[in-house]
Design a protein around this ligand. Sequence first.
Ligand code: DC
Length: 236
Amino acid sequence: MTDPSPSGAPRDEDVVAVAIDGPAGSGKSSVSKELARRLGYGYLDTGAAYRALAWHVLEHGADTSDASAVIDAAGDFDYAISLDPDDYWVTVGGVPVTEAIRDPRVSGAVSGVARVPVVRESVNAMFRALVADSDRPGVIVEGRDITTVVFPDAPVRILLTAAPEVRAARRSAEVTGQDSAEVAAALHKRDAADSKVVDFLTAAPGVTVVDSTELNFDQTVAAVLDVIRVGTGTSA
Ligand code: DC
């Protein structure tokens, strides 16, 4: 046990990290938010940092496929995110970008940002600090490399998957104003690019797979809650 932090906030080892990885459309975000609400935990959407940096690079008029332009833009990336599942927001330089980072323009550019190693290292350090500084007993952290790189020692590590066609159908139900075939094509293209950087389609040793292909939202939440109860040894 280490001394309490000077701020009186819980230390790293006091805040439980629940690590959830998975591809787009697996239901990760909505399930993670609901889990956080039910457990009184925080919710950390790690993809939002990559999206916000991609937005910031585009605001600079730069191209996310240019790693040095991404690194330049990262130099003045003033990022903030809420971990409250009932009050989710993201800002860059104080500007709200919560909706803007979901724009297909950003989704199409984000993989370029996510493949820059120095960017990954720096956002990973920020994710660990955000969890350590949380005033809640735990944080549901969702992304692509949370179970393997960001919190490989988390007491609960889950890979949430679903069949590709189910993921595409879910994503196209979320995105309005875009043709469903276009949405599916964009999702598969992004998965292919992202899986070259981190393997989020196979579970690392010790990671529990929850396949939501045949499950509705409530069933998926219940299945993940069961894994959390076993992993944390609680009746949460
Ligand atoms: O989960 P999302 O679709 O909002 O993620 C946006 C992008 O960020 C996605 O294309 C992959 C990348 N990402 C990542 O590389 N590592 C993470 N931990 C989270 C997201």
